[in-house]
Write a new protein. Structure first.
Length: 135
């Protein structure tokens, strides 16, 4: 039997806000909010990404996922407009950022780390990504 996951209208990931005085700070804030959400809601986070093994994604859940990703695309576009990130297809750049963040968070949630300071490693990943995407 497959269940259907339908998030509430105020699902935690779609209500995370990115704050800061400039586009770079808002993008860094959004990246931090992603990790915070995952650590604060590990079961919800894992369900979101491992759902295909257990449940079917409802149209409402898919729409929520699109909204959350659209927020990241907006942060990327803002950073491109401020010349913090290089020009390019914002959706593709957002996908690269999300993929890196997801990998780091997934390792952390599963206890896979050789570092004693996962938070510093995560923050360094964000800064390294931004430097690399600024070319």
């Amino acid at each position: 039997m497959r269940c259907r996951w339908t998030p509430t209208p105020r699902s935690p990931l779609t209500t995370c806000s990115a704050s800061g005085p400039n586009a770079r700070a808002r993008l860094v804030s959004a990246c931090g909010a992603y990790r915070t959400f995952a650590l604060d809601h590990p079961e919800h986070y894992q369900l979101m990404f491992d759902h295909k093994r257990v449940i079917a994604m409802s149209p409402q859940a898919y729409a929520r996922a699109e909204l959350a990703f659209a927020e990241l695309v907006t942060r990327v576009q803002d950073a491109q407009g401020a010349e913090i990130l290089a020009r390019g297809v914002a959706v593709d750049i957002a996908q690269q950022i999300w993929s890196a963040l997801h990998g780091a968070v997934s390792f952390e949630l599963n206890g896979i780390s050789f570092s004693d300071d996962s938070e510093s490693v995560y923050n360094d990943i964000v800064q390294t990504m931004l430097r690399g995407l600024s070319d």
